[in-house]
Design a protein around this ligand. Structure first.
Ligand code: FAD
Ligand code: NAD
Length: 473
């Protein structure tokens, strides 16, 4: 191996996903000498294998689902879904998994980019093994930002490891729709992609080990999504643990502990994400290799491990943002923490991080939007809780929309005089979540929400109905 090059930039950003790219670009704009490192694609999971291509698939599938609603409402329609335009749009959006435009954007702002795998190798030291085989040792003067995201976590099911199963990455890259798909995991990835592929013409089976789909959301959300998926023709198996997996003659067999055997052409494993601590050298910071997250303070600065770090002679600050921090594996979280980190590194102050109103949207049809605490979470925290649920079908807009497609509800969770959590499930549930996010984030008093005029006939008027119920309770 050639001798290592040594460089002393101001800042090193490891991982150029949504958060890392934002931090690196903005610090470069501010005139700092920034080296951004990524072993894969600048932009990270979201634009190439996550949010954007998955929502392109969902958008196409939503069109199919909406067309299915035409009979009885607007005439006759025959839909012959075709996956090829979907795959083509995914290729356009990802530039065929080419990040040249993103790299040029960053270097155009004055940043320097290294393609390679970076790890912390000592106090104030980052070593990059470039994809060209060259090693570069970076000794930043001011800061290291860890923004390395997460990777699919695979459960230790006997037989699974040796099979050609898909993660989100292979599914997003496929040009051909399989005839059938088994989905392991009834969380956001499994349900968004499972429903989309079902509507586009694939026979989908979802297998969830927990008692319900979307197990971290409200039980009403789980019921709704199960009902709708089943109505679409998806086979849903909850409370189902796998004993083993086989792959023979181009087909997967899932052998369940209860004895069922489920078969499919492809298998998507969507059972959560993990942070590979060893690969980023987190041990240098005293973070054990089996830790699930990198601990941070309210300015996204990595929290030291007494006796290990910070150490005498470590001249730089270390920040961490995005999936690795465990505050919510969402692009908007990575971007939120990026902003806090930029301000901290530039000494600009401003508001510290607050996590009481983290919004999330599962882009199934209906969309499941949620913010803050679920009712169960709030009770588990010992809060005195009141909850109200309003069905969208009972609203004027729900009636107008028609029974086929108006499924959804608003659920509000209040403690004292404010909302601590809310769910908006239904058509455009993710858009409707905006007002609920504001209410939870800004702790708007219930009396203010009750005094608000809600336009007629909208879905969001159901928020007013639920607020009235809470105020009277
Ligand atoms: C199918 C799917 C759909 C999703 N949909 C949504 C959605 O609709 N909305 C939403 O908010 N979120 C969504 N997410 C989640 C979202 O993609 C992630 O939360 C987000 O990308 C995390 O950003 P990040 O900055 O933490 O890191 P990532 O986007 O994971 O990027 C990390 C980068 O670090 C690089 N890297 C890792 N280790 C190293 C190393 N040692 N050296 C150099 N580089 C390294 C990687 O190559 C990668 O480019 C989805 C995820 C998936 C998988
Ligand atoms: N719309 C969005 O914002 C969006 C979309 C997709 C992904 N994401 C992010 O990516 C993360 C990862 O998504 P995900 O769906 O992989 O994870 P998840 O944690 O949301 O869901 C994983 C599911 O797999 C189940 N599971 C675990 N082991 C299993 C096993 N052996 N057999 C069957 N089921 C098993 C879990 O009980 C859980 O329900 C999400 O938590 C989310 O933060 C966000």
């Amino acid at each position: 191996m050639p001798a290592s090059a040594r460089e002393t930039p101001d800042v090193v950003v490891i991982g150029m996903g949504p958060g890392g790219e934002d931090v690196a670009g903005r610090l470069a704009d501010a005139g700092l000498d920034v080296v951004g490192v990524d072993e894969r694609l600048v932009g990270g999971e979201c634009p190439y294998y996550g949010c954007i291509p998955s929502k392109i698939m969902v958008r196409s599938a939503d069109l199919v689902g909406e067309a299915w609603r035409i009979p009885g409402m607007a005439g006759i329609v025959r839909v012959h879904p075709d996956f090829h335009p979907v795959a083509r749009r995914v290729r356009e959006a990802t530039h065929n998994w080419d990040d040249k435009a993103a790299v040029d954007r960053f270097t155009g702002r004055g940043g320097r980019f290294l393609r390679g795998t970076a790890r912390l190798t000592g106090p104030g030291e980052v070593t990059v093994l470039g994809t060209d085989g060259r090693e570069t040792v970076l000794m930043p003067r001011q800061a290291v930002v860890l923004a390395t995201g997460s990777e699919p976590s695979t459960p230790p099911v006997p037989g699974l490891a040796g099979t050609p199963y898909w993660t989100n990455r292979e599914l997003i890259e496929t040009e051909e729709l399989p005839e059938s798909l088994l989905v392991l995991g009834g969380g956001a990835i499994g349900l968004e992609l499972g429903q989309a592929l079902q509507r586009l013409g694939c026979a989908v089976t979802v297998v969830e080990v927990g008692p319900r789909l979307l197990g971290r959301e409200e039980p009403e959300s789980s019921d709704l999504v199960t009902r709708v998926l089943t109505g679409d023709g998806v086979a849903v198996h909850t409370g189902t643990e796998l004993a083993s997996v086989e792959y023979r003659d181009g087909r997967f067999q899932l052998i369940c502990r209860r004895g069922e055997r489920l078969s499919g052409e492809r298998l998507l494993v969507a059972t959560g994400r993990r942070v590979p601590m060893d690969r980023i050298g987190a041990g240098v910071l005293g973070i054990p290799s089996d830790a699930r997250v990198v601990p941070i303070d309210e300015r996204c600065r990595v929290v030291g491990t007494p006796g290990v770090w910070p150490v005498e002679g470590w001249p730089v600050g270390v920040w961490a943002i995005g999936d690795i921090t465990g505050k919510g594996a969402f692009t908007h979280m990575s971007m939120y923490q990026a902003d806090i980190t930029v301000r901290a590194i530039l000494g600009q102050g401003g508001a510290p991080a607050r996590y009481h109103a983290v919004p999330r949207v599962t882009f199934t049809d209906p969309e499941i939007g949620a913010v803050g605490l679920t009712e169960a979470d709030a009770r588990a925290q010992g809060l005195p809780v009141r909850a109200a649920v309003t069905e969208l079908a009972a609203s004027s807009r729900g009636y107008i929309h028609g029974a086929n497609g108006n499924a959804g509800f608003i659920k509000l969770v209040a403690s004292g005089d404010t909302l601590v959590g809310a769910t908006s499930a239904g058509p455009s549930g993710g858009e409707l979540l905006g007002l609920l996010s504001l209410a939870v984030s800004a702790r708007i008093p219930l009396s203010e929400l009750a005094a608000t005029i809600w336009a007629y006939p909208t879905f969001h008027r159901a928020v007013g109905t639920a607020v009235a119920e809470l105020v009277q309770s």
